[in-house]
Design a protein around this ligand. Structure first.
Ligand code: ZN
Length: 162
């Protein structure tokens, strides 16, 4: 970031206590930290942890992970529970952080969590947001997830460290 996102003035650098040199706008008198979005993506597991839920959205036939943006003022864990409930109607009962990746195309930091849901019922699937949801064994999930996607990277990382 070279220019202030509020006024367009060229940024300088100023020492900030415990942070080192941070881009600074002389005109606004404000530090200008990097701006990016934060999203969560979830490896949703059944209660036995034998199966993983993959979904299809927006008319695309790729199998991906449940995901969504973190709201301002919300923590990542809450976003995980909220997004899983909103999209699948399933209640998260346990979660663990897995891996993060920066996605340049949308300037988004993706935080991936593995989470266990209460049951395997897809009766309350949000059909407005999700075209299709299906449980897969670990092996099937690896074979069916969208190739070369961040979702695939998260899934392989998760299954390899178990
Ligand atoms: Zn400024």
């Amino acid at each position: 970031m070279k220019y202030c996102y509020e006024c367009g003035t060229k940024l300088t650098e100023r020492e900030l206590e415990n942070e080192g040199k941070i881009p600074y706008c002389e005109k606004c008198g404000e530090y200008r930290f990097p701006i990016f979005s934060t999203a969560v993506s979830m490896i949703v597991e059944n209660p036995d942890k034998t199966e993983i839920l993959l979904i299809q959205q927006y008319g695309r036939k790729n199998n991906i992970l449940v995901a969504g943006y973190v709201n301002k003022g919300e923590n990542a864990e809450n976003a995980v529970m909220r997004e899983v409930m909103e999209e699948t109607g399933l209640k998260v009962i346990d979660m663990h952080f897995n891996k993060s990746e920066y996605f340049e195309k949308t300037n988004t930091l993706m935080l991936n969590y593995a989470c266990t849901v209460e049951n395997e019922s897809l009766a309350h699937l949000n059909t407005g947001e999700v075209d299709k949801a299906q449980w897969f064994t670990h092996e099937q999930a690896c074979e069916n997830i969208k190739p070369n996607s961040l979702a695939e990277k998260f899934l392989l990382h998760y299954l390899n460290i178990q």
